[in-house]
Ligand binder design. Structure first.
Ligand code: AMP
Ligand code: MG
Length: 435
């Protein structure tokens, strides 16, 4: 793994006291490597897990050309030879799904076919039943029936599913790094695959720091607040399907902090702390973090969430990545979503695209200075004219957790951009799918 120093020394314009969001993310990405360790799990247990290797399809799905409709299978040659715009074919039998029927119609003949049934030899087209008229044959002729339809009701190849069109034998059906979704479980089942190899779950330890913090159940002394970061972090990490090591509140005391960081480091792949990393902070958090490893302290050009510690700590032969998040409850969430989430995905080996940004109208003017990225909390809804528009959720202070609770998106105001007028387009990142 490259050291933080070696990554940082390659940057010409590195300024830890005003680090652009994008640069911080680039440094984090370069330092991180996926954890090793693979488990084999049954496909039901593989939901939300990260595929450790490509799954190559052992079979063609579907295994045969088959019908996409209930109707009549025939050779499209009959469409060209139709007289008076009508095709009339003699029905020689019925093909049901799941049977090897062996029916082979000759010129002028068709097979009644059900959805999913194997296409008869020589047939390439299915005319849906609702476009046809079935005519009983005149008495005296051989028993059976004929079917009649307009030649322009179908084109050659219509309503036929091709062998291997879903998944072709020998081709990768799912790529390593895929975080398995419900459709993927079905897809694996369609290949007859019962178990897959996935990466082991990431272990993440987290704790809150600050002598003003009280845990639920403790009396709230004057000047104290309840530790809410413990619960937002719990929620955010649960959504990433990691193994949690919840260490609660750690006192602002060098021995307690060192013991907590060492224990976290020895038991987890990543350690997340909140509080104590601000400039001029009078506590010991930064000092102990720096003593335990290769850790830098950034002031990120963003709002909320300016101070952040990042690096790698070591204890008794174990290493862990460290994210020292700010203490303010909104700043914790914003830095988690905009730095930690992608970093943990990378550690899990998960190949996940950055969340999409949607461009919508701002319902109001928003003040913003160039030179920092802002993540205002917004409510995206349809305006009176039916178009999507976003407004901010009242007070945007980094301690006002209600702003996150009421919001359904971040309004992402880019580093260089200035203020926004009512009616201007802005970019939003939806919480749905992110949270
Ligand atoms: P800090 O980054 O330590 O200076 O903390 C900034 C602000 O966030 C202070 O007002 C803290 O009281 C508050 N804070 C820090 N940690 C927590 C926490 N775990 N839960 C709620 N508020 C917190
Ligand atoms: Mg503090």
């Amino acid at each position: 793994m490259p050291s933080l120093q070696s990554v940082i020394s390659c940057l010409s314009d590195y300024d830890p006291s005003a680090l652009p969001v994008e640069q911080a993310n680039r440094i984090i990405a370069e330092v991180i490597e996926p954890v090793s360790g693979i488990e084999q799990v049954a496909i039901r247990e593989a939901l939300d897990r990260v595929l450790a290797e490509d799954v190559v399809s052992p079979i063609d799905v579907p295994a045969h050309d088959n019908s996409a409709m209930d109707g009549f299978a025939f050779s499209s040659a009959a469409l060209q030879s139709a007289s008076g715009g009508e095709v009339t074919l003699r029905v020689i039998g019925t093909a049901l799904a799941g049977e090897a029927h062996g029916l082979t119609p000759a010129t002028g003949e068709a097979v009644r076919i059900m959805t999913g049934a194997v296409m008869p030899a020589g047939c390439d087209t299915v005319v849906p039943q609702e476009f046809t008229q079935r005519v009983a044959e005149a008495a005296g002729e051989a028993a059976g029936e004929t079917v009649r339809f307009a030649a322009d009701a179908v084109r050659a190849g219509d309503n036929r599913r091709l062998r291997g069109e879903d998944l072709a034998r020998g081709k990768p059906a799912l790529n390593q790094g895929r975080v398995l979704q419900p459709a993927d479980l079905g897809l694996l089942a369609s290949l007859g695959i019962a178990e897959v190899r996935v990466r082991r779950r990431l272990r993440v330890a987290f704790f809150s720091t600050g002598d003003e913090l009280r845990s639920i159940g403790e009396p709230l002394d004057a000047g104290c607040v309840y530790d809410s970061n413990r619960y937002t972090l719990h929620g955010m990490l649960r959504r990433l399907h990691v193994e949690l090591i919840d260490m609660g509140v750690v006192r602002d005391d060098p021995a307690a902090l060192e013991a907590a960081l060492r224990s976290a480091c020895e038991n987890a792949d990543a350690v997340i702390t909140s509080g104590g990393v601000s400039v001029g902070e009078a506590d010991y958090t930064k000092q102990i973090m720096a003593e335990l490893g290769d850790v830098t302290f950034w002031k990120i050009a963003m709002r909320p969430g300016r101070p952040m510690a990042f690096g790698r700590i070591a204890s008794n032969g174990h290493q862990a990545l460290l994210f020292g998040l700010p203490g303010n409850p909104v700043a914790v969430m914003v830095t988690f979503y905009h730095f930690v989430r992608a970093a943990l995905h990378r550690m899990m080996g998960a190949d996940i695209a950055p969340p999409p940004l949607m461009r919508v109208r701002s319902a109001q003017a928003i003040r913003k200075k160039p030179g920092r990225t802002e993540y205002q909390r917004g409510i995206l809804a349809r305006g009176a004219d039916g178009q999507w528009e976003v407004r901010i959720t009242g007070q945007q202070g980094s301690g006002v957790l209600r702003s996150m609770s009421e919001a359904n998106c971040f309004i992402v105001l880019a580093h260089e951009q200035g203020g926004v007028e009512a009616g201007d387009p802005v970019e939003v990142m939806l919480f749905e799918g992110l949270l």
